[in-house]
Design a protein around this ligand. Structure first.
Ligand SMILES: NC(=O)c1ccc[n+]([C@@H]2O[C@H](COP(=O)([O-])OP(=O)(O)OC[C@H]3O[C@@H](n4cnc5c(N)ncnc54)[C@H](OP(=O)(O)O)[C@@H]3O)[C@@H](O)[C@H]2O)c1
Length: 287
């Protein structure tokens, strides 16, 4: 199946983590383009608020609703998927988007930080895909998009636990792509850059000072708006490319990592050392 702007009219879409940030932005954009959208998350109030916004944005013929599920709990996801299929009367496009970031030195994080990130970010996507997979196989058409992160292509200081959960999605997605290809179902992987969302705000609250300093001084890190990321997603969706980026700096980062891996490590090391130097100088000035 190939999407284009007109194809989205009447399409049935499910988005995990659709009540906030990138997921909410995608839900609103797809509704605007004529799709029916069911979103999921844990928090009822934000889900209700977003569904009201969808109703105000989309066409009167479309279905807008929500289901509640914690993506790390397979049983909850299975039952939410059943409800979503009933609400929509089928499914054409599945977007696995839910996720969060916890940043910190590997030596500072608890064991539970590592496992929770895997449970939500990696197993969350696995649970959602497995809950809808039989539907897609039976239907013999449709699209499944897994949202990962640019930090699934290259990791830096402070992102070890988060990146591992996002790298895992890539391996899963590559294998799923071939498996579902045999059923005429397309699987794609989208890698958002740093995006201004409630999730990023939360992530920044307990981000170590050195990580903030690296990001401020990085030549390859900028914060992008949800609108920009959503526009790039919708533009990439109908294309054949398996991997989707939102911005030129994302493309450039991936290019460097693929073609100059050792040089990219050196560049990142330089940024880390400069950030540490700046922090040390600031401390001296304060003292
Ligand atoms: N923002 C960025 O800079 C950035 C960069 C790269 C990749 N990404 C990825 O893009 C995706 C969206 O990020 P975002 O920044 O838009 O996040 P966000 O603003 O925090 O929104 C996250 C959404 O996921 C839901 N969610 C979180 N944990 C969940 C769980 N355990 N079960 C079910 N739903 C859950 C949230 O609702 P509830 O809390 O109510 O459940 C919310 O709807 C994530 O996978 C993230 O890792 C984001």
């Amino acid at each position: 199946m190939n999407f284009n702007r007109h194809d989205l009219i009447g399409k049935k879409v499910f988005i995990s983590g659709g009540s906030a940030g990138i997921g909410r932005g995608l839900a609103l954009e797809l509704a605007k383009r004529g799709a029916s959208v069911v979103i999921s998350a844990r928090g009822r109030i934000a889900l209700q608020k977003t569904v009201l916004e969808l109703q105000g944005t989309g066409t009167s013929k479309a279905v807008f609703d929500f289901v509640i599920a914690d993506v790390s709990d397979f049983k909850q996801v299975q039952s939410a998927a059943k409800k979503a299929l009933k609400l929509l009367g089928g499914l054409d496009l599945l977007i696995c988007n839910s996720g969060y970031a916890k940043v910190g030195k590997i030596s500072d994080l608890d064991g539970s930080d590592f496992s929770k990130l895997m449970d939500v970010n990696y197993f969350g996507h696995v649970n959602v895909v497995r809950s809808f997979q039989k539907h897609f196989i039976k239907q013999g058409s449709g699209d499944i998009v897994l949202i990962s992160s640019m930090l699934a292509t290259f990791s830096i200081y402070g992102y070890g636990a988060y990146s591992a959960s996002k790298f895992a999605i890539t391996g899963f997605a590559q294998s799923l792509r071939q498996e579902m290809m045999m059923h005429n179902v397309r699987v794609k992987l989208f890698l958002p850059p740093t995006t201004n969302t409630p999730g990023l705000e939360k992530e920044n609250q307990d981000k170590p000072a050195l990580v903030k300093e690296i990001e401020m001084g990085s030549s390859l890190n900028a914060t992008h708006s949800v609108e920009k990321v959503v526009a790039a997603f919708v533009n990439w969706l109908p294309k054949r490319n398996f991997i989707g980026y939102a911005t030129w700096d994302s493309w450039f980062q991936y290019f460097l990592v693929r073609h100059f891996p050792e040089w990219t490590l050196l560049l990142a090391d330089g940024e880390l050392r400069s950030a540490q130097k700046r922090l040390n100088q600031n401390e001296k000035v304060i003292r």
